[in-house]
Design a protein around this ligand. Structure first.
Ligand SMILES: [Zn+2]
Length: 136
């Protein structure tokens, strides 16, 4: 995924970032064969089509895996330590997305159901749209 702090969304996934900024999660599906793609691609690897449709999805799923960070590093200044970064398997499509658990929760475990919201992450001088997860 690419989001340039100065110019905003770029690349095949530009629509993803535009939708997040507008408050929606949208993901791409091949308009010809129906294959979901993430990260976004210009051309479907399954059938060769260049046509994709972006479909709004509920921001919910289950924890596929996670890591808890106890010590800060560049780009994590905005998060209280420790914080947990999740890879979430979405409930409605075969795609996994990354985001921070907010608030952090000691009950976090693999397989736990989560719901998400669209927040902002301070990165350098820019606010970047980002998924925030919460245990359901
Ligand atoms: Zn296809």
């Amino acid at each position: 995924m690419t989001y340039h702090p100065a110019t905003g969304p770029i690349g095949a996934e530009g629509r993803y970032w535009d939708a997040l900024i507008e408050g929606r999660l949208e993901l791409p599906r091949c308009a010809s064969c129906g294959t979901w793609h993430w990260p976004a691609v210009w051309r479907c690897g399954a059938c060769g089509s260049w046509d994709h449709e972006w479909v709004e999805q509920p921001i919910e799923g289950s924890v596929f895996t996670y890591t808890r960070t106890h010590h800060g590093f560049g780009g994590t200044e905005a998060f209280a330590k420790p914080f947990s970064t999740l890879v979430v398997a979405l409930r409605t499509v075969p795609i996994r997305l990354v985001g921070v658990l907010d608030p952090d929760d000691a009950a976090l475990k693999i397989g736990a159901p989560v719901t998400g919201a669209i927040g902002r992450t301070r990165f350098g001088d820019a606010d970047v749209p980002a998924l925030r997860w919460r245990l359901a």
